[in-house]
Each structure stands twice: as C-alpha cells, then as structure tokens.
Design a protein around this ligand. Structure first.
Ligand code: HEM
Length: 534
C-alpha cells in the first residue's frame, strides 16, 4: 500500500491535552483515485466534534441508527474535500523523512483520517457486504507474479466473501475456538517450562529479559497448534530448522516494514534503479508461503493415509478445509499464510504489553490474582469455559488493547459517497480510522492515560461497556477473524502465568514507550521478574 497514493492527512495528538481532532488536507493527488479533487494547501486546523459525549457515551447508551446520519449541526452546507485543511507536500516530506514519521505513524496518519469516535462508528456502520480495507496492490502483484491465490487479508469483493463465509464458520465465535483450549494449554505448559529455564540463567534467578522474544515463540506455537494442528517446536531449546527459516521470513517482513512500504510506493518503472525493496518483499513472502505449504501438505498426506486405511478423519480448521474442499488448495495455502502472518506478532506484542502493565501496576495484578484464586479451584488449569468467570482478566486484555492497540489505525476505502463531519467524501477515498487517538481521548475514556481495567467491567447484564473509541480488532463484517483465537491464547496464558508467578518489573527495564514498526511495538526491551507464588 503506497502512501504516495494517499490523499489527505491529519495529525493526531492522542494525549490528555488533545482537545481537538484535526483534519489536514493534501498529501499528494492520486492517480488511483481519479474522481478526487486536487488538494489545496491550506494549513488551518479544523475543529470537528460530534454528537453525544462523556460518561453516558462511554457506555454506548442509546447509540444506534441515528449515527448513520451526520449529527444535526453538520446538516448545513456540505463541504467538498477541497475545503478540508491540511499540511502541504513539503511539510509532509519534512515530517516523514526528517522527523522519523514512519516510526510515529500511530501519531501521524494520512489519507482522510478520522479520529472522532462517532464518525468512526458512522463509517463502519454504513459499510456494505464486502468492505475494502486498503489498496492491496503490492500484495496482489506478488500473488499474480508467483501464481498464488489471495487470502482473507488481500482478497476483495466476491472472492473475499466466499473465503470469509467458509472460515468464519470455524473460528469466529468463542465456542468455535473453545475446543482448542487443551492444545493451547499444552503450549502454555512449555511456556512456563521455558520461563524456568530462562530465569535460571540469570543472576537473580527470576528475570526474563525481553519477554517479547518469549511471547513471540509462544504465540507462534499457539496459533500454529490451532491453524496447522501441529507443534512447531518454537519453545524448545533447539528450534527446528524449518521453523527458524519461517521466523527469519517473518522478521524480514516486519523488519522491512519501511522497505515494504516503499515496495508498494515505488512505481514499477523505478524498480530497476531501486530494486531492493521489491526484491526483499518477494523474498519474505516466498518464505512465508513455503512454510505454510509444507505444513498444509503434511496435513493433507496424513489425512490421505487415514482415508486409505478406512479411518474416520476428525480434526480442526485445516482438516475441515482440506476435507470439505470448500476452498481450493491454493486458497488454503494463502489463508494459512496470511492468518499466521496476522496472528503471531499481534498476539505476542499484546501479551508483552499486558505483562508490562500488570508488572507496573502490582495493585491491579493482586486484584486479578485474587479473582483467579477465588473463582478457580487451586491449581486448576483453566479452559475457555472458565474465562467468563474471570471478568477482570478479560478487562485487562481490553484495557491493554485500548492503551496499546497493536494495529494503531485501521482503514476503509469508501464504497459509496459519504457525508462525514460535514464533508462529502467521494466513493473510493482511503479513510484512516485512528483508534489509537480515540482510545486516548478523554471524551471517550475518563483518565484515559491510566491503566484501569475496571472501566470495562459490567455492573449488571444491562450495562454495556462497548465503545467505538476502542476497536482494536476492528468492527463489522471485515473485522479480525482471529479475535477469538487471540483472546483464547492471551486469556489462558495470563491466567496460568499469574497462577504461577508474581510478575515484577526488572530494574533493568527503562520506561517503555510505543513505537510503530508496522505494528505498535514496545520501543525497548521489557524485562520482568517471574517470582514463584508462595
Ligand atoms: C491481539 C491480537 C490481534 C489484533 C489486535 C488484531 C487486529 C486486527 C485488526 C484491527 C484487523 C482489521 C479489522 C478491520 O478491518 O475491521 C484484523 C484483521 C485480520 N486479522 Fe487480526 N488481530 C489479532 C490477532 C489475529 C489472529 C490470532 C489471527 C489469525 C489466527 C488474525 C487474523 C486476521 C485476519 C485474517 C484479518 C483479515 C480479516 C479480513 O479481512 O476478513 N488476527 N486483525
């Protein structure tokens, strides 16, 4: 996806002082959006506020179809994109290339950026049957080049609808993924063993440095257990070579974040002069596809041999896909590749942030621990059905994702003309939905900068704490299909980690700030002490 194709830009300052939502206009006019007006160069910020605010709004009370209409004060003259103010091209170049804008994309967002909760709700509630997130041209180009299929992330239109309707049957609901509890718990047993090994290598016998390395391995092992129905050996002392190669390809994909952005941004005719970004982009995808193909083929062989012996074939998602043949083999490769890509770092960074926050807030950790002790039997290994008994654990995850939404913004390409904030946004415009900014807005969440999981607890069955200000998994028909998998992996891991250890911040840890590196990542190592529970 190329930022040169983006049309409008905005700077979000998601801090306590942030009182205003700024729309800025005009990065570059786009040849891919021919219907759009050319930008102008006004730089006056525009205050855009909408509808109801405050505590009642936080609880989602009374929100409904009225949000599809622009709030009344915007019903005056509808303005065009020409009139939307924004910084000029020079300013954008300065911001991106001089002030490390790529590393601060969670603060600086481009395109028509919307950092107003009700407007975000308006966009998402108005979407059609096959919403488009962003221009995936470079992903599509790679797939065409190698004769590969698209997966859920890169597919559009009818193709996407077909795949989504097959995959959603197996992993979209909590009860669908509950069956994977046992497999995930086996991975957690290995995670805990690994913590014992790692901390025994430290002087104090308790510290694990850079916990994200560990959680990366846990997440990869966990998601592969569900997707490929096999173990990869990520948490072993000697990781199998195949898995090492996959991790390298994944690292390349993310370490090349800026480069892969350039890969999409650099026009094809410039590639002979600047070949590296596109070459690395392809190399990384080759590695990711190769790995998935090996595991899918292994499963296929195993199924075939069971069938040859007249056995009944049972299994999880992959078995279902291979047996039912609702997707072609190439589509299965593509979806397994894209889901594994989407499911590893997202989960591991979220788990790292959750552990960091719990270590920094021992009083919250103690309350969560007491809830676990009170609601589960001593030493009980939790399964998915136990999680609803532990509302605080769920609240910890929600609050972690509010403060550190691993995907700090989301996107939609409008599929019809929309009037938003008094502006006519033509069909085909790329929108950036800035939920990092809305998550920190004091209007959506009181004491927004603080870690307060309790804000997510329901007082009774009628109490709703949903909030469009924080939608870390997206919303609607195109929302994250792996949400329930991620929740299962994170909830079960947090419960067992707290059952086993008191988690304390290590003196070796500097305050950790978020950095955008494709995803919202910890800017420096999170080092924590895992002390045995007495
Ligand atoms: C904490 C963990 C995760 C977070 C915060 C997260 C967040 C997101 C977000 C924000 C989107 C875009 C949704 C939208 O456009 O409305 C998304 C899409 C997606 N996610 Fe996740 N995700 C996580 C874990 C996972 C896992 C574990 C998997 C797979 C097992 C996964 C697979 C996908 C896929 C395939 C899509 C594209 C869906 C589509 O276009 O139909 N994600 N995710």
């Amino acid at each position: 996806m190329s930022f040169f194709t983006r049309v409008l830009t905005m700077k979000c300052k998601p801090t306590l002082e942030c009182e205003r939502t700024y729309f800025y206009q005009a990065l570059f006019a786009s040849s891919r959006f021919p219907g759009q007006p050319r930008p102008c160069s006004s730089s006056q910020p525009l205050e855009v506020r909408s509808g109801r605010r405050g505590a009642a709004a936080n609880k989602g009370e009374g929100r409904g179809a009225e949000l599809l209409q622009p709030p009344p004060r915007r019903l005056g003259r509808v303005k065009s994109l020409h009139e939307m103010p924004g910084p000029n091209t020079l300013y954008n170049l300065y911001e991106f290339f001089w002030k490390d804008g790529f590393g601060r994309i969670h603060e600086i967002q481009f395109v028509v950026s919307i950092a107003d909760r009700d407007m975000v709700a308006q966009v998402l509630r108005a979407e059609g049957r096959a919403p488009q997130r962003a221009n995936m041209e470079s992903w599509q180009e790679y797939r065409d080049l190698r004769g590969r299929a698209t997966g859920l992330i890169s597919a559009e239109g009818e193709q996407w609808l077909k795949m989504r309707s097959v995959l959603r049957q197996k992993i979209l609901k909590p009860k669908d993924v509950a069956v994977y509890s046992e497999g995930v718990n086996e991975v957690i047993t290995d995670l805990i063993k690994r913590i014992h090994t790692l901390r025994s290598q430290e002087e104090d016998g308790e510290t694990v440095t850079n916990v994200n390395n560990l959680f990366f391995k846990y997440s990869m092992e966990g998601v592969a257990t569900i997707l490929y129905e096999c173990r990869l050996g990520c948490l072993e002392n000697n990781i199998p070579q195949q898995t090492v190669e996959y991790i390298e390809a994944l690292e390349l994909m993310f370490s090349m974040f800026k480069t892969t952005m350039y890969a999409g941004a650099i026009p094809k005719w410039l590639r002979p002069l600047i070949p590296k970004p596109w070459r690395e982009f392809c190399r990384s995808w080759d590695g990711l596809f190769k790995f998935s193909q090996i595991h899918v083929d292994n499963k296929l062989k195993a199924i075939q041999s069971q069938l040859d012996q007249g056995e009944v074939v049972n299994g999880g998602l992959l078995t279902h896909l291979l047996v039912s043949k609702e997707l072609t083999l190439e589509e299965i490769y593509a979806n397994m590749t894209e889901m594994l890509l989407a499911g590893v770092d997202t989960t591991s960074f979220t788990l790292s942030w959750a552990i960091y926050l719990l270590a920094k807030h021992p009083e919250v950790q103690q309350r969560v621990y007491e809830e676990i002790v009170n609601k589960l039997r001593k030493d009980q290994v939790p399964v998915a059905h136990d999680v609803p008994k532990l509302p605080l654990i769920r609240a910890v995850l929600k609050e972690t994702l509010r403060l550190y939404p691993v995907l700090p913004g989301n996107g939609r390409v409008t599929q019809k003309d929309l009037i938003i904030g008094g502006y006519l946004i033509p069909k085909g415009t790329q929108l950036a939905l800035c939920h990092y900014a809305t998550s920190y807005s004091e209007e959506n969440f009181s004491v927004a900068n603080e870690f307060r999981p309790e804000r997510w607890l329901r007082k009774d069955n009628l109490d709703r704490v949903d909030n469009f200000g924080s939608i870390p998994f997206g919303y609607g028909i195109r929302s994250c299909i792996g949400k329930r998998i991620a929740e299962l992996e994170i909830h079960l891991a947090l419960i067992q980690l707290l059952q086993n250890f008191e988690i304390k911040i290590s003196p070796k840890t500097e305050p950790v700030h978020a950095k955008t590196h494709g995803l919202l990542t910890p800017g420096n190592s999170i080092n924590v002490r895992f002390s045995d529970r007495k």
